[in-house]
Design a protein around this ligand. Structure first.
Ligand code: MRU
Length: 336
């Protein structure tokens, strides 16, 4: 697959350069920093977002925290680790990456801490790139014909390394003439579908339509959707999957209309410490994200708002989970 003209982040000359996703699609602004706290803020503000990308960014942040330090300092390491771990609770990739960094930090002596942590961050990045490529290949197996696909949130190059998860499947399927049209949920309240997935589909010249989240049912009723593919932020051992709020609605709609509902995610999104989705910590975000569209206030600040960033789709509603290892189907059992 041809490389994109944009990138979510890259490491160059001892700085992390990332695209500010809050400004897309209208502005393509890149920010350069070597400050781990600035990277933590970027994750909190969703300048950097998407489960695998959060993990990659956190790993680079830990490395950069040691750029000018020549000796180990456990208190400082714990401070950096905890700052990054506190940014977003749901995507398990963040904690996977931090644990990989911690393992390396604990195993090395005083010298070259920065170089070792950096190598670990580079490896996490390149592993995710390889997983994305394999997910894209495995995902071809779910297409029985040239299809109309609906997706939710953003799962493309902006959310991972490589071409993404669900998005990488769509792109690969399109390249194999298996995609007719892509329907993109706008993804309220932060509009990752309207702003980011539409941006990526346009850049990749894949035909698409954006609709309000509440239009998915009518599209299905009219027979316009052949399958739905989304990403995930954390998958329990039984296959219950947390993803952007609204994903559970889609899974119910798919089951009602007998449309296959698939999740695509790398194995780094599987949390092997939890049996079911009941144990997934769901992030709640500020009511401002509901009351404002961009900078424009549309609701009164006195309104009580319900603002979960994610929901959990029970595994029996998921036709298949596509990882770099293959396509799994219900009943899921990810214990190894
Ligand atoms: O709040 P976000 O934008 O970080 O949420 C992202 C999602 O829910 C994605 O669907 C998920 O991380 C999968 S990305 C490969």
């Amino acid at each position: 697959m041809k490389n994109n003209s944009y990138f979510p982040l890259k490491f160059e000359n001892d700085y992390l350069i990332f695209i500010d996703q809050t400004k897309l699609p209208l502005q393509e602004n890149y920010i350069s920093t070597d400050d781990y706290n600035r990277i933590a803020e970027a994750i909190e503000r969703l300048e950097i977002r998407g489960a695998p990308l959060i993990g990659i960014a956190a790993a680079y942040a830990c490395a950069l925290a040691f750029k000018n330090k020549n000796e180990k300092d456990d208190n400082y390491f714990n401070k950096v680790y905890n700052r990054l771990a506190s940014t977003r609770p749901t995507a398990v990739n963040l904690f996977y990456a931090l644990k990989e960094i911690e393992k390396v930090y604990s195993s090395i002596d005083d010298i070259n801490i920065y170089e070792y942590l950096l190598l670990t961050a580079h490896k996490i990045f390149s592993d995710e790139e390889k997983f994305s490529e394999k997910i894209a290949k495995n995902g071809l197996n779910i297409f029985l014909k040239r299809s109309n696909v609906l997706t939710h949130c953003n799962t493309g190059a902006l959310a991972t390394a490589g071409f993404g998860t669900a998005f990488a499947i769509v792109k690969n399927a399109f390249d194999h003439q298996l995609i007719n049209h892509v329907y993109v949920d706008e993804t309220r309240p932060l509009l990752q579908g309207l702003r980011l997935t539409a941006f990526e589909l346009e850049k990749n010249e894949i035909p698409f339509t954006v609709q309000t989240d509440s239009s998915a049912a009518v599209l299905m009723q009219e027979g316009k959707i052949d399958l739905v593919i989304t990403g995930a932020d954390r998958i329990a051992l039984n296959g219950d999957s947390a993803n952007k709020i609204g994903t559970y609605n889609l899974a119910i709609l798919c089951n009602f209309h007998n449309i296959p509902f698939y999740i695509a995610a790398p194995s780094t999104t599987i949390d092997r410490t939890i049996a079911t989705g009941a144990e997934i910590a769901i992030e709640f975000r500020s009511s401002k994200e509901l009351l404002f569209v961009g900078d424009k206030q549309i609701g009164k600040e006195s309104y009580h708002c319900f603002c979960p960033a994610f929901d959990v789709t029970p595994s029996h509603l998921i036709r298949g989970i596509i990882t770099e290892e293959g396509v799994f189907s219900f009943p899921y059992n990810f214990i190894r």
